[in-house]
Design a protein around this ligand. Structure first.
Ligand code: MG
Length: 254
């Protein structure tokens, strides 16, 4: 069921979204060769908790019931697409690093992600990162009353197709509210189904995942990390947004 949030509920989601954006800003400022992904996770968790929020990813159930997600942010490097687990690994020059953060404030969720490059990215990698963000923004621009979920999917996919980028299909955007993952699903490609009509109060996490190769994925033995099957580099951007009569409003802003 797709729920429509009231104006005051959207304001509460904006508070959660602000924490998410602050976490991503903090991590961006700490990105450099030598920093470990566990250090970045510790910075994220400390900020989330100091803001009176709860890290929504920590303890989130995955495909293996005995291995809930152990950290507060996902950090996915190079051919890792999403759900990378922070740990001892230190970042190195020449890596593409995606950071996904989620926070809960008073029961309301925010979810956002950005992709960074350690150093100066080669042109094709720069394009992958820039166009994944552009596709997210194109998807957001399509999130207006009267449009359908498929309009968002089409706007996202067209950016990838024009540049010959792969579009991950196995993982999709989603409704968001009092749960991190609500209806409807928001694919990053045309499904051929119009999907839910968008109305004011519908809140969505729009999150394209693009690659320099194909769209097939596999999950590493840690039961979480999703990688490209062909080893190609991947990028991921995500904002939580609200559909309103005045147009889409991004909730994950600092
Ligand atoms: Mg999400």
């Amino acid at each position: 069921m797709v729920t429509r949030k009231s104006r005051s509920e959207i304001e509460r989601m904006r508070r959660a979204g602000r924490v998410v954006a602050e976490v991503l800003d903090l991590i961006e400022a700490e990105l450099r060769p030598g920093v470990s992904t566990a250090e970045l996770d510790a910075i994220a968790e400390a900020h989330i908790r100091s803001a009176g929020a709860v890290p929504s990813f920590k303890g989130y159930p995955g495909i293996n019931p005995s291995r809930p997600f152990p950290a507060s942010v996902c950090i996915s490097i190079d051919n890792e697409i999403v759900h990378g687990i922070p740990g001892d690994r230190s970042l190195r020059e020449g890596q593409i690093v995606s950071v996904d953060a989620g926070a809960i404030v008073d029961g309301w969720h925010g979810d956002g992600a950005r992709t960074f490059y350690i150093g100066d990215a080669p042109p094709r990698v720069r394009q992958l990162i820039d166009l994944t963000r552009d596709a997210m923004l194109a998807g957001i621009a399509a999130a207006v009353p009267g449009n359908r979920v498929e309009d968002i999917s089409a706007a996202v996919q067209d950016v990838a197709t024009a540049a010959g980028l792969g579009v991950i299909r196995q993982f999709v955007g989603h409704g968001i509210g009092t749960a991190m993952h609500e209806e409807p699903q928001v694919p990053n490609y045309r499904t051929g189904r119009a999907g839910r009509k968008l109305e004011p109060g519908i809140c969505l996490a729009i999150e394209p995942m693009f690659t320099l190769g194909g769209h097939d994925t596999r999950i590493l033995p840690d039961d979480w990390t999703v990688v490209t099957a062909d080893g190609s580099l991947a990028a991921h951007f995500e904002h939580s947004i609200a559909v309103t009569a005045d147009g889409p409003q991004i909730l994950t802003l600092a």
